[in-house]
Ligand binder design. Structure first.
Ligand SMILES: Cc1ncc(C[n+]2csc(CCOP(=O)(O)OP(=O)(O)O)c2C)c(N)n1
Ligand code: SF4
Length: 295
């Protein structure tokens, strides 16, 4: 990896790969998503050592094994709190969290909501295959009602989580949906999320070709249409809310909503803008008075 004082040559997608090849099933939607991600990083010329990725647990989070960036493979549902801590301490890093729909919208849904209202400058990519892939095919929070799976042999009873509506109501400031079968479009959404200053959610329709035989590539392809060119205004929250309700014969992909708002860090005086806590001099701090209080 390059250090700060080396002159970088133009980065290519090869700079974000290591020597290992992904072990995802052939045809898995994660492959396309990884290509889109690496293309976005290369197009933005982000140096690998200035990137920090945080993953949860799942097939999606196994991305950690095949990329050349700094990162943490954390716990199931816990990618966001780790990402929040990293960004608070070192704002110079581009922080990207990634995981599955089970990870982010199930066990981690509390962190998801609170991270959005906090609006730290983090990009969150959810590989939404509407199933638990790694644990071999149980229903997830986004599985469609009626879907038969290992854990729901008679069909899912509940209605699915609507991640985009949840993000709008939780005040996320960049909200998009992509499709891993449309790499060029997804790359643009990821680039937009990384460039956005604030919490960016990119929900990605990512077919699991092994355990989800309902939401397949053809199923998604027949339904998706791009918001770009439809007259949709991403600044209009009411319009975004309406589009977020569409799920069925037509499924919109693209940028639903974007707004500028101060980040959590911006609103705390003690965090001088964009200063890393690692640069704070703590060598001459006298804490004896504080310790007295605990006696
Ligand atoms: C606290 C905890 N609970 C449960 C598990 C088991 N587990 C591992 S991955 C997973 C779900 C994977 O589904 P998803 O998050 O949608 O990711 P995918 O594998 O589909 O990418 C579960 C339940 C775990 N590792 N940790
Ligand atoms: S089980 Fe599904 S999500 Fe996991 S690697 Fe295979 S196709 Fe992809």
């Amino acid at each position: 990896m390059l250090s700060d004082n080396q002159q970088p040559t133009p980065l290519t997608i090869a700079d974000y790969a290591n020597t290992m090849f992904p072990t995802w099933c052939p045809g898995c939607g994660n492959h396309g998503l990884l290509v889109a991600m690496k293309q976005a990083l290369a197009e933005l010329q982000l140096q690998p050592h200035k990137l920090f990725f945080v993953w949860g647990i799942g097939c999606s989070s196994n991305t950690s094994n095949w990329v050349n960036v700094y990162g943490a493979h954390s716990l199931h549902g816990r990618a966001l709190p780790v990402a929040v801590a990293i960004k608070l301490v070192n704002p110079a890093l581009t922080v990207i969290a990634e995981g599955g729909d089970g990870d982010g919208y199930g066990i981690g849904v509390g962190h998801f909501i609170h991270s959005m209202r906090r609006n730290l400058d983090i990009t969150y990519i959810v590989h939404n295959n509407q199933i638990y892939g790694l644990t071999t095919g149980q229903a997830s929070p986004t599985s469609d009602k009626g879907m038969k799976s290992k854990s729901t042999p008679c069909g899912v009873i509940e209605r699915p989580i609507n991640p985009l509506a949840l993000a709008i109501s939780s005040n996320a400031t960049y909200i998009a949906r992509g499709f891993s079968g449309d790499v060029a479009h997804l790359k643009q959404l990821i680039m937009g999320g990384i460039k956005h200053r604030g919490f960016a959610l990119i929900d990605v329709l990512q077919p699991c070709v092994t355990f989800n035989n309902q939401n397949t590539y053809p199923w998604v392809q027949e339904r998706v249409y791009k918001l770009e060119g439809t007259g949709h205004d991403p600044k209009d929250k009411a319009q975004a809310w309406q589009r977020a309700q569409e799920w069925g014969d037509k499924i919109p992909i693209g940028l639903f909503f974007q707004e500028d708002r101060l980040t959590y860090r911006d609103e705390i005086d003690q965090f001088a803008k964009d200063e890393s806590l690692l640069d704070h001099d703590i060598s001459n701090i006298d804490i004896s008075k504080t310790l007295e209080e605990f006696k």
